[in-house]
Write a protein that binds this ligand. Sequence first.
Ligand code: NAD
Length: 360
Amino acid sequence: MRLNIVCIPGDGIGPEIVTEAKKVLNKVAEKYGHEMVFTDILMGGASIDVHGVPLTDEAIAAAKAADAVLMGSIGGDTNTSPWYQLPPEKRPEAGLLKIRKALNLFANLRPAVLYEELAAACPLKEEISAAGFDILIMRELTGGLYFGERKTVEENGVRKAIDTLTYDENEIRRIAIKGFDIARKRKKKLTSVDKANVLDSSRLWRAVVNEVAKEYPDVKVEHMLVDNCAMQLVKDPAQFDVVLTENMFGDILSDEASMVTGSIGMLASASLNDTKFGLYEPSHGSAPDIAGKDLANPIATILSASMMLRYSFDLDREADAIDAAVKKVLQDGYRTGDIMSEGCKKVGCKEMGSLITERI
Ligand code: NAD
């Protein structure tokens, strides 16, 4: 298979971690007989330095022409970098918002996996973390409260702020379909999270999810109120497989789920549109404090590359090979500084990439 991949190395540790992910992908291509064509584009500070803007129209066109985009991270030190003296629409992060909008990325996927080998980093009690967990939080990304009309008015001398939460059934249906499709690739359980005891938008959410569920009789579906879900994520995270939810609930729950894994350098993510296209990136930022020092953990980016193979290209066997190689490296006791623990062997970004590549 020929895979046309646009890469955005970005800023800070971005170029280092993307290089390692490419190394792993090239090995996968060699082993399984694929051709990977990588095209790099500039975004964020790197683009500001060359073009004066965080993302050019040419870069967007290149991303649109690709099958998928693999990104490192963008942005600099927000206190010291001259990029942050620019007006907000010219700063590095504006490039990210622009590309998400241009590519119509409405579904955000964030896995929260507890690796047995990293259980010590998990802030939960041992009797809870012992069962391990592998959760995929699927968040609607372009609707709901963050995109509704908002205003602040003054009535009779009292200031009043209004935010509007709107979803139509098509917005709900398209993400529900994605959620069920992905649950089918996993343990076939989907927990839809809402606040249907209070909100009309949640009642519609629940109704549409139930309609879509009829097309997926092999996937077990349950509904959970968001407040209960927030509790269950720390009480019994092993019960979850795919968690499907709207924008604001997903924003909060995905951060909660990633914190219970305890290791930021391990967290991958994907943003998808209604075709097979997706943008894949680690959940962490550009870590300017350790950039260029060969200290970054490339695993979140390598696992994002694995998600790309699975969700944009349906190459599940190849994605499994990457996930297994990561697990094996951890089992063999190799750690970058951020996940280091006693008795393990400390390695840099490059060596971690090579160790994973060797295990493909
Ligand atoms: P950050 O995630 O970059 O760093 C937080 C801490 O985690 C730092 O101590 C860093 O060294 C460490 N860290 C992060 N990733 C690591 C890795 N792979 N390996 C080892 N250690 C790692 O968050 P921040 O410091 O708040 O933000 C830095 C810059 O990144 C800012 O400009 C911010 O806007 C940007 N940012 C970009 C994205 C993105 O590109 N999607 C996301 C978040 C933040």
